[in-house]
Every structure is written in C-alpha cells, then in structure tokens.
Design a protein around this ligand. Structure first.
Ligand code: C5P
Length: 238
C-alpha cells in the first residue's frame, strides 16, 4: 500500500480495460476500479484483474445507512480487494459498520481489505463547500475533522488532496493512510479536479499513495506515460 501509484481504470467495459492493459505485458499494477466500470461489469471485472495479478482499490464510495453499508461491505470483502472506501460524511456509526461488515465477510485467517474514507472530493473547492454543503470554515478544517472522525471509527485512512496530507499526518500519525487523487504533471489538463498537486509535491507531503487516472489512461502511449509518472513519483526520496 505504501508509496504506490494507483492507476484509475476509468473505463466503461472490460474490453477497454483489456486493451489498456495489454501493452503492459502482464506487469503487476495497482489499479482502481470505480463505479463507472463496476456498475457495468460487476464483480467479474474484479475477479479478472485479481487473476491477472493486480492489486485492487475498489472505489465505490459507499454512503448509506449503517445497516446497508455493513451488508454491502460484507459482500465486497468476499471479492478480496486490497482497498475499499466510504464517504466520511456518512458518519462515524456508518464507518464503524463498514469495518464490521468487512470483518464479517473476510474468510478466517485472511486480512480484511483496508478501508479509507473520502473526506472532501478533490473536485470540491472551498467556495463550493461553503455555499453548497453549508460547511463554514476552511476546506482544510473540514478535511481534518472528517479525517479524525474516520480514525475514531477505526478505519485505516482517508482519501484527500495532497495539500491536506501534511496536517493529517501531523495530527493523526504517519501510519494513517492518505490516498490522494487530483495528481497532475505540469502541463496536464486539470479537468474537473480543483485541488490538484504534482507527484513530487505529493511525495514530499508524505502521502501514502497517489491515484492517477486520465493523465495515464487517456495518453497516446500509456506505458510510456506510466513509466514517466513512476519516475517522477520515485524521484523524491522518502
Ligand atoms: O483522471 P483523474 O486522475 O482525475 O482521476 C482521479 C480518480 O480518482 C477518479 O477515478 C476519481 O473518481 C477518483 N477520486 C477523486 N477524488 C476523490 C476520490 C476519488 O478524484 N476524492
């Protein structure tokens, strides 16, 4: 989990995933399956990726009443992914229920998937948060609050932007995972992301893992692009 670059497989079907992975020549990757892909292909896509030797972050961002999240996580644990997630806005009881579900669904003797919570989406700006969610104060305050709540609920870490990683680590310790999307190289388009950072900035901030989507998946040569990203990510000594 530590120091990983996770590729967001934001495709809509298995064929596109296979086409993307083919030039990697069976290299073992850490990939993220989000709702876009999972809602079309279902658990089979996870089985396929696992059988191909990849580590998997199943990014379904659960957010529902505690009982529903508990049952859903029990089922997801059986897919034996490495990492799953919920929205911290669902509250402490819901997050604890997620862990309970994961533990109940994990076979005896096996390790449950790690579970992290989304704090504020990296596509959310402070102005949006203030106006649309009616949360006053700074984005960092909100993210730190959600991160503390997440730790109290017994989860392993959070999804946040690289900008919040330093205060989170200072407050909650280095073992608490910070997984950061919204990562861009100098010239990449930011798209819908607002709180973006470079891989070097993220590494210096001590984040656990970065999630990179379109900059790799939509590039003309994804393998070359992936290698360039790994080089940038690993260029900073930790
Ligand atoms: O293409 P890009 O690099 O922006 O992709 C980022 C990925 O991370 C997407 O799959 C998106 O769903 C996910 N993500 C995010 N912000 C969060 C949680 C997940 O961008 N807070």
């Amino acid at each position: 989990m530590e120091n990983s670059l996770i590729i967001a497989l934001d495709f809509t079907n298995r064929k596109e995933v296979e086409q993307f992975l083919q030039p990697f020549n069976q290299k073992e990757l850490f990939v993220k399956v989000g709702m876009e892909l999972f809602y079309q292909e279902g658990p089979d896509i996870v089985h396929f990726l696992k059988e191909s030797g990849h580590r998997i972050f199943l990014d379904l961002k659960l957010h529902d009443i505690p009982n529903t999240v508990l049952s859903a996580m029990k089922g997801l644990a059986r897919l034996e992914c490495d990492l799953v997630n919920v929205h911290a806005a669902g509250g402490k009881e819901m997050m604890s229920a997620a862990i309970e579900g994961l533990e109940a669904g994990t076979a005896a003797g096996r390790k449950r998937p790690a579970c992290i919570a989304v704090t504020q989406l990296t596509s959310t700006s402070e102005a949006q948060m203030n106006k649309e969610q009616l949360i006053s104060g700074s984005l960092e305050q909100s993210v730190l609050h959600y991160a503390s709540l997440t730790q109290e609920a017994g989860l392993d870490g959070v999804v946040c932007s690289a900008w919040e990683a330093v205060p989170i680590r200072e407050k909650l310790g280095k073992k608490f995972y910070t997984v950061t999307p919204g990562i861009r190289m100098g010239n990449d388009s930011t798209g819908d992301q607002k709180r973006v950072a470079t891989p070097e900035f993220a590494r210096n901030a001590g984040v656990t893992s970065i999630v990179v989507g379109r900059s790799i998946t939509r590039s003309k040569d994804p393998v070359k692009s992936y290698e360039k990203w790994i080089e940038a990510w690993e260029s900073v000594q930790v």
